[in-house]
Design a binder for this molecule. Structure first.
Ligand code: TZP
Ligand code: MG
Length: 232
């Protein structure tokens, strides 16, 4: 599934000065924004709060959102993801964590999988060529493997200590981001403990984008705007 745009992101070398683009087969260009927001419904148990949170993120400029639900039942997850899809419209790229089947059911734009989920190639068989596929990695070996897969972007982390993930892998630090950058030309998302205070250092270390849960929770619209300002 090679596309002209993936070649563009390779050729750009993911320079700090150049935008990185993902492209789906229908030739729709999707810029990988500096901020990759993640919504975790366990932190926003009231459905109204969840939708208000996401609406604020969108008004703060977020164009890439992951729905990450580690505890919900599948029907409820599909219901929430479908509602997000409808409310956000096509201006926000909606990625579902872990589950390729639910991504299709909810008509999301892509799936993000980790090391204990279906393999990237199995997910690709399910979601097809057009949807986006992200893969989490936690060390150079995993990153190199994922780099050989059909993943559209790779994630590395946790960069810093995080309390948002159960049993996190060891912290990779900024050095882990630098090492990851040297090992892939795919768009690279850094995750784990990233805040407005340390995000610039993560981008300087070579990440194209930062994925954030906690530091968006309070006043999400303003927080998102600040991330974009800092990472401009
Ligand atoms: N994967 C590695 S760290 C992490 C995930 C899902 C959690 C990131 O959350 P936070 O609150 O931004 O540290
Ligand atoms: Mg997973």
């Amino acid at each position: 599934m090679s596309t002209g745009c993936r070649e563009l992101s390779r050729e750009s070398g993911n320079s700090l000065d150049l935008p990185v683009f993902l492209q789906t087969r229908d030739a729709k260009l999707l810029p990988l924004p500096r901020l990759y927001s993640i919504v975790d419904p366990s932190l926003l148990p009231a459905t109204a709060d969840l939708f208000a949170f996401v609406a604020e993120l969108a008004s703060g400029g977020c164009t890439l959102l992951q729905y990450r639900n580690k505890t919900g039942e599948a029907p409820m997850m599909v219901e929430q993801a479908r509602t997000l899809r409808k409310r956000l419209g096509k201006s926000v790229t909606l990625i579902l964590n872990d589950r390729a089947d639910l991504c299709l059911a909810a008509e999301c734009d892509g799936v993000h999988v980790g090391q204990n989920d279906l393999s990237p190639e199995s997910v690709r068989r399910i979601i097809g060529a057009d949807r986006l596929l992200g893969v989490s990695t936690h060390n150079p070996e995993q990153l190199q493997d994922a780099d050989l897969s059909s993943a559209d972007y790779l994630a590395i982390g946790p960069v810093f200590v995080t309390s948002s993930k159960a049993n996190p892998d060891p912290v990779v630090g900024l050095e882990g981001v630098r090492r990851a950058r040297a090992l892939t030309r795919k768009p690279l998302v850094a995750i784990g403990g990233i805040t407005r205070g340390n995000a610039a250092s993560v981008i300087e270390a070579g990440a194209d984008s930062v994925a954030v849960i906690s530091d968006l929770l309070r006043d999400p619209g303003k927080s998102a705007e600040e991330f974009f300002r800092i990472l401009r």
